[in-house]
Design a protein around this ligand. Structure first.
Ligand code: FES
Ligand SMILES: [Fe+2]
Length: 399
């Protein structure tokens, strides 16, 4: 992030702390219950935001080396994404052109050839069919007609985008806008190295998982014995970029940071930036690395979802930790435990509350969820979501 913007945001947080204020959206909005529990709405979302929308499947650090791969089926289409021999990122339908079977079933790994488990047809990471067994008995075929179907794929700013439709378009100007692209360019996400991923299934709509990242109003209550020890609650900054948003959460370390000359301030020293990347990604850069949270509907249901929470570290941090090893301390393990601990707070506190909210919505005893003046990220997300589905914005009500 540009220095000028870092200072503007940090000074904004300090101003809120000193005046006991928070960001103000100018009113409240009410999101109807059907946003979360309607089957009809769910079908439209699945079609619009997953089957027909570019997807962030991970970070560059998921494919560290040439001839590595990852697979995913999180948004309906089996995907095989690779880094080829030359280092280029490519994606294919993970569907065998012989009889449709999923070719690669491992989640990630290193190899340049993929052999189908049904009859053993083999493909290289350029998508070409390079061999099939028993040619004499099977018959001669034109191998050029039996390559893997390539999908639109872009690697930029350290993110990996894939479009599940072959004719789909990934337009970063449209997805992110110029301003957010310039901001991402000033980070260094492309050097992040994958460390860990956890998978959490929950009985709730996928957007309730997203909502839980959208405010710190709940920190002093839900997280009073966990995150509230290291964060100020109800103190944040918010800006939107097209359909995306960026919250800046206030860390208590800001008290020490502000004593330094502002030339030494750093956005990750005094805050936790939270990027909402529409429609289903939360990305949180830290001093040591970043968290990537991906939310997906499960079982074709508005009532089930899962989260994939991954974390990544910068290589220079891992190098520093190696030095620590000489003193007998497993620094990498300590850092992973710390990041894993943060992820488990999300699972054990945020997602438990969000699943409870979903149960309340299904009971029919609450007609809408209310987002306060101090929760502008949720105003933006829900109005953006509605606009993307061709629905009217929610009115801002005086409060
Ligand atoms: S279905 Fe893949 S080799 Fe037959
Ligand atoms: Fe939370």
């Amino acid at each position: 992030m540009e220095r000028v913007e870092q200072l503007r945001l940090l000074k904004g947080l300090i101003n809120h702390l000193d005046h006991n204020t928070n960001i103000n959206a100018g009113g409240i909005i009410k999101t109807p219950a059907d946003t979360y529990i309607s089957e009809e709405r769910f079908d439209r979302e699945w079609n619009t935001f997953f089957l027909n929308h570019p997807q962030i499947i991970g970070l560059s650090g998921d494919l560290l080396k040439p001839n590595s791969f990852v697979t995913t089926e999180d948004f309906g289409v089996p995907i095989l994404a690779v880094r080829d021999d030359t280092g280029e990122f490519k994606a294919y339908a993970n569907v065998c052109p012989h009889r449709g079977v999923t070719i690669e079933s491992s989640k990630k790994g290193e190899k340049s050839k993929f052999s189908c488990p049904f009859h053993g047809w083999t493909f290289n990471n350029e998508g070409n069919l390079i061999g099939y067994p028993k040619k004499e008995q099977f018959g001669e075929i034109d191998k050029d007609c039996y390559g893997l179907k390539e999908l639109p794929a872009i690697e930029k700013f350290g993110f990996l985008w894939v479009h599940p439709k072959r004719e789909g378009i990934i337009d970063l100007d449209e997805l992110l806008g110029k301003e957010l692209q310039a901001e991402f360019d000033a980070w260094n996400f492309q050097s992040l190295v994958f460390a860990n991923e956890d998978l959490y299934f929950t009985d709730m709509n996928w957007k309730l998982a997203i909502d839980t990242f959208g405010e710190t109003y709940h920190f002093s209550v839900l997280h009073k014995d966990s995150l509230f020890e290291s964060f100020y609650g109800n103190c944040q900054m918010f800006d939107s970029f097209q359909r995306n948003g960026r919250l800046i959460l206030c860390k208590r370390t800001i008290d020490e940071m502000r004593k330094l000359p502002d030339s030494e301030w750093d956005i990750c020293a005094g805050s936790l930036p939270v990027y909402y990347l529409f429609p289903n990604i939360i990305f949180m850069p830290t001093q040591e690395g970043a968290f990537l949270v991906k939310e997906y509907p499960a079982e074709n249901s508005p009532h089930k979802s899962y989260s994939k929470i991954s974390f990544y570290f910068y290589p220079h941090v891992l190098e520093q930790l190696k030095e620590l090893e000489k003193t007998g301390i497993d620094g990498k393990q300590l850092l992973e435990d710390q990041y894993g601990g943060f992820a488990s707070v999300i699972r054990d506190e945020d997602y438990v509350a969000a699943a409870s909210s979903h149960k309340g919505l299904r009971s029919g005893n609450i007609d809408y969820l209310t987002f306060g003046k101090n929760e502008p990220a949720l105003h933006h997300y829900h109005n953006t979501y509605r606009e993307a589905l061709g629905m009217q914005s929610l009115p801002l009500e005086e409060a």
